[in-house]
Design a protein around this ligand. Sequence first.
Ligand SMILES: NC(=O)c1ccc[n+]([C@@H]2O[C@H](COP(=O)([O-])OP(=O)(O)OC[C@H]3O[C@@H](n4cnc5c(N)ncnc54)[C@H](O)[C@@H]3O)[C@@H](O)[C@H]2O)c1
Length: 366
Amino acid sequence: MTTNTYTPEELKKIDPVFGQISFDHHEQVVFCHDKDTGLKAIIGIHNTVLGPALGGTRMWNYTSEWEALNDVLRLSRGMTYKSAISGLDLGGGKAVIIGDSKKDKSPELIKAFAKYVDSLSGRYITAEDVGTTTPDMDLIHSITPHVTGISESLGGSGNPSPVTAYGVYMGLKAATKFKYGSDDLSGKRVLVQGIGNVGETLVKHLVNAGALVTITDISKERVEEVAQKYNTAIYMGDDLYSLDVDIYAPCALGATVNTDSIAKLKAQVIAGAANNQLADESIHGKMLQEKGIVYAPDFLINAGGIINVFGEIAKYGSDEAIRRTENIYNTTLDILNYAKEQGIRPNQAAMKMAEQRIEKKKQENK
Ligand SMILES: NC(=O)c1ccc[n+]([C@@H]2O[C@H](COP(=O)([O-])OP(=O)(O)OC[C@H]3O[C@@H](n4cnc5c(N)ncnc54)[C@H](O)[C@@H]3O)[C@@H](O)[C@H]2O)c1
């Protein structure tokens, strides 16, 4: 034991779990190891007040265990807020498997992970995320019932991306109404960044609504294919954020809304699917507010996917999932109005409303 060589402050810095920067009163953190398959995974259960902790399993080649732990803590907390603000009876959880999904994934490894999910008896329910697929969820389903995002042939809800895109479209319309007094998108210039599963369907909705859409992606083939299909403009230059557009829809990676991009942005509305769009919630949220740019919180408007998979637990079908996703429009407007009244940022307003819902349920449960 060498602990007596550290001061309490130094110990605090190296506390492995409860002292982590992303640790936020998580209820449970489960470290999973299986010698035979080489499985190394962490399951984070942030909060189960509203219901079981649902969140996907990410398989990623983390450079260190610290990075994996930080990711699972951060992502599971995000799921608590996403489900709470979306009115779902779900808590927040997430899992990470350490490894390269292209090289290290095997059916045995996924099954070993499934046994850990099963051991939590439904406190944690998994789904797909980066590096895991519907067939992986089907395999997990052969071991445990505590999994969603399984194939439609097994009673699952299928690909969530079109529903996510519809929710983003609803949130984008609501933010447009808040900024411009009307949600009519005809003639509005919209930049969609990242034309993947979600981005393409969002482009379809925008074009159908008469918006003037410009698309961009790191994949030239992707943009050419989608531009041809929907008759959109393409931007492949390196000064994306200076484009003269009304609305910016980030649908690729996180942290694209940062000090550099905000300085250039001409768009007056930001509404997209990517998770964690603001590089720093407080600094960049404040900068957007000062520039009068309306920001529709990402975890609110990209919730269509989780609304869709929740149908597998709550036993509702795709019509109900769409109806609930459509309501993202009303919730977004409520949050933007509430933020304005309270003089706070939309992200803060959304988090406050989510916390109020959790607190109310906590009191009822007492
Ligand atoms: N799929 C869902 O249901 C869902 C739900 C919630 C949140 N999200 C988030 O929405 C975003 C999009 O999800 P998706 O399922 O469409 O992913 P995807 O992998 O299908 O598409 C992402 C696209 O972004 C492009 N891209 C990557 N880096 C880029 C860059 N630097 N500049 C421009 N384009 C870039 C990729 O080439 C790809 O075409 C992700 O951030 C994801 O976490 C998705």
